[in-house]
Design a protein around this ligand. Sequence first.
Ligand code: NAD
Length: 257
Amino acid sequence: MRLKDKVALITGGSSGIGKASAMLFAKEGAKVVVADVNEAGATETVREIKAAGFEAAFVKADVSKAADCENMVKFAEATYGKLNILFNNAGIMDSNDDNAESTSEETWDLTMNINAKGVFLGCKYGIPALKRAGGGSIINTASFVAILGAATPQVAYTASKGAVLSLTRELAVIHARENIRVNALCPGPLKTELLMKFLNTEEKKQRRLVHIPMGRFGESEEMAKSALFLACDDSSYVTGTEFLVDGGITAAYVTPQ
Ligand code: NAD
């Protein structure tokens, strides 16, 4: 019960990392607000949490819209009385995202609006709520691609995750004496829909797997456990970090055969 009596708001909670984290945070005692544009998916997450005997509620939010972010925070406070944990996790990888020459301005703007501005807006409205609660923990989902370049490019996505890392670092420093910790979760490539819909052939999978020392993609549940660490008091002296959970990719030059 590492999150007993805590209220957590998780964006992108209808699938992947967000859904796994919503389940785990609820099991650990948190009251969880699941925010997502995907109403059907997020409602199902809430249904599953409640069916397991835990507490959760859904609020519809497009994180690229200021009014929606303001509303999701208001909803959390109105429903559960406060906000202690903000997990800005929603993100997209646009199928037309490629190199600088071929990526359209539309793809760039869409990706930046959701992945980077969405995290900013979550923090903009979430931080005052955390202050009202006497402090708390913010986790922003970045990616290992914020740290490594890839010749299988998605420049808008990569740049958006770099923005998340820089924003996280600065917010961590600004709020360090207000009992607010701000950390980035940097997952490696995962077996979630977001990535697997692109890696739809064995060849594409192998092109990546050869670079991962562990030789496999990560699981949403492994990210949820890492997010839980950052959310709870076990990480009480951790702020401003790039928390890499990547199967060793960023440590590798040559991987095992
Ligand atoms: P996912 O596609 O399963 O989940 C993303 C969630 O975000 C979905 O529930 C989706 O409905 C929601 N979402 C999309 N746009 C939204 C918007 N505008 N407003 C609100 N919600 C929105 O993918 P995932 O792998 O669980 O991704 C979660 C986060 O992890 C993302 O930020 C992603 O960039 C990051 N990430 C993923 C991987 C990977 O390999 N899958 C690796 C590194 C980082």
